[in-house]
Design a binder for this molecule. Structure first.
Ligand code: GH3
Ligand code: MG
Ligand code: MG
Ligand code: MG
Length: 304
């Protein structure tokens, strides 16, 4: 569920009003990455915000309709783009103008006229560092078995969404799912098959919920959570029910289940209007209590 593929070429975006530079730089970098160029700063910025996200941006400072400084500021303010390294290229020579680039969050500055071997060397270096950073981020936030976000990432996202919903006065919903009789599954099929079942369940939940969810995470051994920002009670119930039904319909065999002979879930849902004065723990406790009620009331159901 990671969108990072190790074999894909790095993507470098160059925004500069000088078409000669765009041509030379594209040529110099073409062996090591996919290059996309924009002479129009607004269009370049728009592209930077779209998928697939660039791995690096090379940015001119002086352009007619929007300066590189402005673009960099916008990139660093947007959660989608703030991690993308920016290298400035400019004929500006004043130290204050150059340090401003770094103050805005750039990773490097190259003076014009640009020596292409220097550009190539620096781009290589920064792409390597970006790759390492992405790998560390993956290790820190993803569950290695299922590829879903892990408990750490879930905690962080729930905190952030709690704050955001408190500020916007919008609802926040949480769905908690727990596989039914999973210990019996392991005992019967073995731990390896258990792991492979967890992957299938994770995949089914992700495919069902990802569109409306901010995050689908594995928060425990056979427990999953779905964070739904700005989704009300009815909306959250719908997502939860779809998750339940879609997995049930997969008919993954579970010979020792006391319900069907298939793998099923017990699902709890809670919705709150968050407040700064309270903590997201409140929301989790409510969803977890609902999930526990689902267990008590026969499993294989949603309780909101
Ligand atoms: P309930 O319907 O009440 O939820 O019953 P349960 O058996 O699913 O719940 P319980 O909490 O008793 O057991 C959870 C089991 O999940 C225990 C453990 O063997 C299994 N489990 C937890 N993490 C993993 C994992 O990473 N891989 C595998 N294969 N099994 C796991
Ligand atoms: Mg220029
Ligand atoms: Mg459990
Ligand atoms: Mg269980």
């Amino acid at each position: 569920m990671s969108n990072c593929s190790p074999d894909s070429q790095a993507k470098v975006l160059i925004i500069d009003d000088d078409s000669y530079f765009l041509e030379m730089a594209s040529e110099a970098l073409s062996d090591i990455c996919d290059v996309e160029t924009y002479r129009n700063p607004q269009k370049g910025l728009k592209r930077a915000m779209q998928d697939p996200a660039p791995d690096l941006i090379i940015l001119d400072v002086i352009m007619p309709t929007m300066s590189g400084y402005q673009i960099c500021r916008e990139l660093k303010q947007n959660t989608k783009t703030f991690n993308i390294p920016v290298i400035f290229v400019s004929s500006l020579e004043q130290i204050s103008e150059i340090t401003r680039c770094f103050d805005l969050g750039a990773v490097d500055f190259i003076g014009k006229p640009v020596q292409m071997p220097l550009l190539l060397a620096k781009v290589k270096n920064h792409l390597m560092m970006k790759l390492q950073r992405d790998m560390l981020e993956e290790l820190a936030t993803k569950d290695p078995l299922t590829g879903l976000d892990n408990k750490r990432s879930y905690d962080q996202t729930l905190q952030n969404e709690w704050k955001r919903a408190s500020r916007d006065k919008s609802p926040l919903s949480l769905v908690v799912c727990d596989i039914d009789f999973f210990k019996k599954y392991n005992d019967h099929y073995g731990h390896g098959q258990g792991d492979s079942c967890l992957k299938k369940v994770a995949n089914s939940i992700y495919k069902t919920a990802n569109r409306s969810a901010d995050l689908v995470a594995r928060i425990g051994g056979e427990e999953f959570a779905i964070i739904l920002p700005n989704v009300d009670k009815q909306g959250a119930w719908r997502v939860a029910n779809n998750v339940l039904v879609n997995l049930r319909n997969k008919q993954l065999p579970h010979a020792k289940s006391e319900i069907h002979k298939y793998v099923t879930l017990s699902v709890g849902v809670a919705t709150v209007m968050p407040d700064y004065k309270e903590s997201p723990e409140l929301l989790f406790e409510a969803a977890d209590a609902a999930m526990y009620d689902a267990k008590q009331n026969g499993r294989n159901r949603v309780i909101a």
